[in-house]
Design a protein around this ligand. Structure first.
Ligand SMILES: NC(=O)C1=CN([C@@H]2O[C@H](COP(=O)(O)OP(=O)(O)OC[C@H]3O[C@@H](n4cnc5c(N)ncnc54)[C@H](O)[C@@H]3O)[C@@H](O)[C@H]2O)C=CC1
Ligand SMILES: O=C([O-])CC(=O)C(=O)O
Length: 350
């Protein structure tokens, strides 16, 4: 039997594009490290709009909850916080269970459905998840339950998710070691974590699929590789024009790809003028998406030009993206001001 000092491991806030890889393990006997602001997370079974601090129905149980409270109360007082007030849970988080139709996935989904902190519970599996979701959705707690079946629906299951739990894969049969599961479960975990990195890179990821001593490192590696790929891709995108100038070695800059992009924009403009209500393009344009007066934005085109901005594009940025956005602002601001000053000067001179 493979050595397992751990029974479940978690990876927190992983592919946040800044190598912020945070691994920690929980043995069955380990006591949880608790941040007072996160105390409400431990009140999961209480599906009520308000919680008592000595909640008996916490996942921690009555004694542990009381011990936790004794531990936290002095520091709460020191910080002059009314912890009880801060324990009002709000159903605002999105959780996904991948492998939700399985032996662990089903009761896990049911238990998560009890949490007052969950607004949306996405249940994903390669089969049989519709019935599970329908069944669980009849529990009258606040969260909305959605089902997703098969790889084509995986990305949608993960969009905007805050916490992902992965009990997908095969379990042991008598006579098997956990390591015997490696050949099947390694690939499953790899592909699921790749999808997490692509769709909710800042989510907490909890891996249950065995052998965890290998599947957690697989997940960590997948996330690191994705991180490197994103950085490479960002630099390549920033230098796209230079790549062509250098390849043409003095014979000009981008012409074919630019003509293609412009022709596509013309076609989109014509469709918008023609009344098509589903025309979206990216363009550097006067915009109030940021504090800068112009910004490259995805816009909806209509008969009168730009009809709306897709504001959601700037929501949920990873730390890497947020830093990159802040870093570009001074240079972009200077370029915009230079253009405006030039136009003013010309107007005065005329
Ligand atoms: N970390 C730990 O302490 C423990 C880990 N486990 C492990 O948890 C895993 C799940 O165990 P059970 O729920 O009993 O197994 P199960 O066979 O009942 O459920 C697994 C589920 O995963 C789904 N699945 C398979 N491939 C998938 C994919 N590519 N994407 C999404 N879903 C997929 C299956 O359709 C099934 O619904 C096993 O690997 C088991 O060894 C089990 C107990 C404790
Ligand atoms: O023994 C298994 O295969 C499942 C497991 O990891 C556990 O129960 O600790």
């Amino acid at each position: 039997m493979a050595a397992t000092s751990v029974t479940s491991l978690s990876i927190g806030a992983t592919a946040s594009l800044n190598t912020k890889l945070n691994l920690f393990s929980q043995s069955k006997s380990a006591s949880p490290r608790i941040n007072s602001l996160k105390l409400q997370s431990f009140c999961g079974l209480k599906a009520d709009s308000s919680l008592r601090c000595d909640s008996e129905s916490s996942f921690l149980g009555k004694q542990s909850s009381a011990a936790l409270w004794r531990h936290l109360a002095p520091s709460a007082q020191r910080e002059n916080l009314n912890l009880c007030k801060s324990l009002q849970p709000q159903a605002s988080y999105k959780v996904a269970v991948l492998g939700a139709a399985g032996g662990i996935g089903q009761p896990l989904a049911l238990l998560i459905k009890m949490s007052p902190l969950v607004a949306t519970l996405n249940l994903y599996d390669i089969a049989n998840v519709k019935g599970v979701a329908a069944d669980i959705s009849h529990c009258n707690t606040p969260s909305k339950v959605q089902d997703f079946t098969g790889p084509s629906e995986l990305a949608n299951a993960l969009k905007g998710v805050d916490v992902v739990v992965i009990p997908a894969g095969v379990p042991r049969k008598p006579g098997m070691t956990r390591d015997d599961l490696f050949n099947i479960n390694a690939g499953i975990v790899k592909s699921l974590v790749e999808a997490v990195a692509d769709n909710c890179p800042d989510a907490f990821i909890h891996i249950i699929s065995n052998p965890v001593n290998s599947t957690v490192p697989i997940a960590a590696e997948v996330l690191k590789q994705k991180d490197e790929q994103i950085q490479e891709l960002t630099i390549r995108t920033q230098n796209g024009g230079t790549e062509v100038v250098e390849a043409k070695a003095g014979a000009g800059s981008a012409t074919l790809s630019m003509a293609y992009a412009a022709a596509r924009f013309v076609e989109s403009s014509l469709r918008a003028l023609d009344g098509d209500s589903d025309v979206f393009e990216c363009t550097f344009v006067e915009s109030d998406l940021t504090e800068l007066p112009f910004f490259a934005s995805r816009v909806k085109l209509g008969k009168k030009g730009v009809e709306a901005f897709v504001t959601s594009d700037l929501h949920g940025l990873s730390e890497y993206e947020q830093k990159a956005l802040e870093a570009l602002k001074p240079e972009l601001k200077a370029s915009i001001e230079k253009g405006i000053a030039f136009a003013h000067k010309q107007a005065v001179a005329a």
